[in-house]
Design a protein around this ligand. Structure first.
Ligand code: F6P
Length: 322
């Protein structure tokens, strides 16, 4: 056991439901073990401004069920530079902070890696609604976002059936289609467009026509933002099939809300393990989930593992919505 006296925690990148549960776990595990825990406000940008405060047990009261992040989050151009990283290291050293826990996505982990190279002890907790990190099966916030979208799809289905229309739903995911994939299967969508698979417009139109011929009264199409132009798809569908179509862009609604039990449990476990790792002298690890186990992967390796798209889920969704 290493005698560690002060650690800090920050959230970085796009917020994700469950970040607060992770902050709470870091703060409470630290204090339980006699460690002073500091919260860095506004991500790396706040770190560079020295926007850091000591946290108490009460600082994280009543947040386990809240979306967003009580620490705030921001993007920082300065932290991308070597000078910025050195400055961040000096600020941490001046306060006597020996370990840093960063809760965020891929970009946040790359920044963390640079701090590790400068000698700061670091642990990363994966949190982004995109689920775009290859080393872990799931990131904190993803399941909550998928749940939010599935709920929206269920509601759109009601109005779709009532009018006999098609409803196209645009969801987040510039490079990773997991939100569309999981919510699309859960919502029984007829077609799911993701950036990882080329769009087959012919199949798409043919499937809608088959549904129309069978007298199907609802058509749900889920489009990941990085896969196709949602409004052009809508126009094409109307013109080629004669089915009246509406578009819904869910946008940042997907980023908020009460985290699911899944996200709260993993955030709590990871926050706990992050502090315990620092206490035994472990550093430079990204925590993750593999086959329902909590795993530690070197950050350098973690950020270079390519995310593999689950084609089987897409095939299942296609077949089950014929
Ligand atoms: O990375 C998370 C994410 O929500 C993406 O899915 C989305 O494309 C992007 O952030 C939106 O970023 P911003 O909040 O900066 O508009």
């Amino acid at each position: 056991m290493i005698k560690i006296k002060k650690i800090a925690v920050l959230t970085s990148g796009g917020d994700a439901p469950g970040m607060n549960a992770a902050i709470r776990a870091v703060v409470r595990t630290g204090i339980y073990n006699g460690i002073e825990v500091y919260g860095v406000n506004m991500g790396y940008s706040g770190l560079l401004e020295g926007n850091i405060k000591k946290m108490e047990l009460s600082s994280v009261a009543d947040i386990i069920h809240r979306g967003g992040t009580i620490l705030g989050t921001a993007r920082s151009d300065e932290f991308e530079t070597k000078a910025g990283q050195q400055k961040a290291k000096n600020i941490l050293k001046d306060i006597g902070i020996e370990g840093l826990v960063v809760i965020g996505g891929d970009g946040s982990f790359r920044g963390l890696l640079e701090l590790a190279k400068l000698g700061i002890k670091v642990i990363g907790i994966p949190a982004t609604i995109d689920n775009d990190m290859g080393y872990t099966d799931f990131t904190i916030g993803f399941m909550t976002a998928a749940e939010t979208v599935a709920d929206a799809i269920s509601k759109l289905r009601d109005t779709s059936s009532a009018h006999g229309r098609a409803n196209v739903v645009e969801v987040m995911g510039r490079d990773c289609g997991d939100i569309a994939l999981y919510s699309g299967l859960a919502g029984g969508a007829e077609t799911i467009f993701v950036p990882e698979v080329n769009v087959d417009y012919k199949d798409f139109i043919e499937k809608a026509m088959q549904g129309k011929r069978r007298g199907k009264r609802h058509h749900i199409i889920v489009v990941a933002e990085g896969s196709a132009n949602t409004f052009e798809l809508c126009k094409m569908l109307e013109e080629e099939t004669g089915i009246e179509t509406r578009v819904t862009v869910l946008g940042h609604v997907q980023r908020g809300g009460t985290p699911t039990v899944f996200d709260r449990i993993w955030a709590s476990r990871m926050g706990y393990v992050a502090v315990n790792s620092l206490m035994v002298g472990d550093s430079g690890f990204a925590l993750g989930i593999r086959c329902n186990e909590l795993v530690k992967t070197e950050i350098e390796k973690a950020v270079n593992i390519k995310k593999i798209f689950n084609k089987e889920i897409l095939e299942i969704a296609e077949i089950l919505s014929i």
